[in-house]
Write a protein that binds this ligand. Structure first.
Ligand code: FAD
Length: 468
């Protein structure tokens, strides 16, 4: 065995491939259930897209810590530890600023109801009808209604209302107006219950505590260990190939991209023809671009809100949100309170993006486009922090290619697959006993909360299988 696997056992009950929030949570639950678990991560740090990185000048940047629903507290308390759950705090100032409206909100049902009544003059009956319909949606309902149809039903002709309700969710899970209404309803209602939450201490401390918990529970963790193949013998899982060697196991949970899991790690030849045909039709979700902006040590910035949904586009258009010609951005402002004891500020600008727009560029064009992305982002930020260029000492950009490189997600998908992926993900064990998937998929199982909860669901299925 290679050095990375030095001291590993020849056989485990379960191997988890990938340490995103779903893989981590699944591994933790399986270990707690008394199973021997090997967690293999190709990158040098755990967390997957729940990533952070350090740069000169004392900067720490969080990649996907912008906001998640309150349910994450319960998930962490129940499936991790009270200490991890206690790191979660509310973001109180969510700000919208675009040509159609401008306001600050706590981003919950009560405040949205007030704004929809007072600012948008919508009758309470329509608002209540919309909220109740979104809240009552579930996976087993009729899924033929699209998000566009849901808005038209309660707010006909009101593209300003649609923008207010849709734009933040498009950022949160990549959904578009043509996706099933359920993929919107579940995520939107989760946020509306009590607003937007974050981790005090940053992603580094959060994932660090999860790592400690995994070690305490006996999970064998190996980083820099890319899995090359999932081995199938006699139509069921028998192990994985890592660094050219086989590690035996009875169950494999892949937290890697669903399409790569099916077509590359396992291989089409092991599935029924009809399953592969459906799996091929699964569409990936979009990717992202980010600009990481470090404020010089000793420099201050005024409180301008925690999360800023900004746009100069006249109207909302989910295709436009992904275009390289960006008109909409979300700024996350990390004040020193984000990491108590630190006196540093940082800002991360996020935009949705299409992989193809970036992958098709020559090296020279890619470099220029990244530089343009940084410049246009700083121009946009200057409206909220006048003279921002004079306050910063570090700036860097990430594109869909960056996300692909660090997580191996095909096309750098930030939120897994579109809705149809969920059925394929959940259908793997019926095709190949011992094969499971967990992680961002189907829009509703994406984001920090969706991924962690899917990890729990999958761990229950794996536990049942291992005990059967
Ligand atoms: C820019 C951006 C901003 C976001 N903002 C938010 C936000 O504010 N709130 C929110 O809730 N969500 C946000 N998200 C989404 C959220 O981060 C993800 O949905 C979630 O973290 C995904 O978790 P996951 O379990 O699906 O796995 P991932 O994080 O995708 O991790 C998969 C892991 O598997 C590993 N892996 C893959 N293949 C192999 C292999 N063959 N061998 C070994 N390891 C492998 C990868 O290296 C990776 O570590 C954001 C995403 C992006 C990109």
């Amino acid at each position: 065995m290679s050095d990375r696997l030095k001291g590993a056992k020849p056989e485990y009950d379960a191997v988890v491939i990938g340490s995103g929030l779903a893989g981590l949570t699944c591994a933790n639950m399986l270990a707690r259930d008394g199973h021997s678990v090997l967690l293999l991560e190709q990158h040098h740090q755990l967390g997957g897209l729940a990533a952070w990185f350090k740069r000169k000048g004392g900067h720490i940047f969080d990649v996907s810590l912008h906001g998640f629903p309150v349910g994450m507290i319960k998930t962490c308390r129940k499936y991790w530890s009270p200490e991890i759950a206690d790191m979660i705090v509310q973001l109180k100032e969510i700000r919208f600023d675009n040509p159609q409206f401008s306001f600050t909100t706590t981003f919950d049902r009560e405040d949205f109801t007030r704004i929809l009544q007072e600012q948008f003059k919508i009758p309470l009956e329509n608002i209540e009808g919309f909220f109740n319909t979104a809240r009552d949606m579930n996976y087993y309902d009729d899924q033929s209604m699209t998000i566009r149809e849901l808005f038209e039903k309660f707010f006909p002709g009101r593209d300003d209302v649609m923008r207010m309700l849709m734009e933040p969710i498009t950022y949160a899970n990549g959904s578009t107006l043509d996706d099933p209404a359920i993929s919107y309803g579940i995520v939107f209602s989760n946020f509306m219950s009590k607003g937007v939450y974050t981790v005090q201490g940053g992603t580094d401390q959060f994932i660090g505590k999860m790592q400690d918990e995994l070690i305490n529970n006996g999970v064998d963790i190996r980083t820099k260990s890319p899995v090359e193949k999932i081995v199938i013998d006699d139509h069921k899982v028998s192990g994985v190939i890592v660094s050219g060697k086989k590690v035996k196991c009875r169950a494999v949970v892949s937290n890697g991209n669903l399409k790569s899991t099916v077509h590359k790690l396992v291989g089409d030849e092991h599935f029924s023809g009809s399953f592969i045909e459906e799996a091929r039709k699964v569409r990936l979700n979009n990717s992202s671009c980010q600009v990481y902006i470090g404020i010089k040590k000793g420099e201050r910035i005024d409180h301008i809100g925690d999360l800023l949904f900004t746009s100069v586009a006249e109207k909302f258009d989910s295709k436009e949100l992904c275009s390289r010609n960006i008109t909409s951005r979300t700024f996350s402002i990390y004040y020193p309170e984000t990491r108590p004891g630190s006196d540093m500020y940082s800002i991360v600008s996020s935009t949705n993006a299409n992989y193809e727009d970036w992958a098709s560029l020559s090296e020279e064009q890619y470099r220029t486009s990244k530089a343009e992305l940084i410049e246009s982002t700083l121009d946009a930020l200057n409206k909220y922090i006048p003279g921002v260029r004079g306050k910063i000492d570090y700036v860097e950009a990430a594109t869909p290619k960056t996300f692909q490189r660090y997580t191996l997600h095909e096309c750098g998908a930030s939120f897994g697959t579109k809705f149809e992926g969920l059925k394929i993900s959940m259908g793997l064990p019926a095709e190949i006993p011992g094969l499971f998937h967990t992680g961002s998929v189907g829009i509703i199982m994406s984001g920090w909360l969706g991924a962690a909860n899917y990890g729990v669901i999958t761990s229950n299925d794996v536990d049942k299988y291992l005990r059967s």
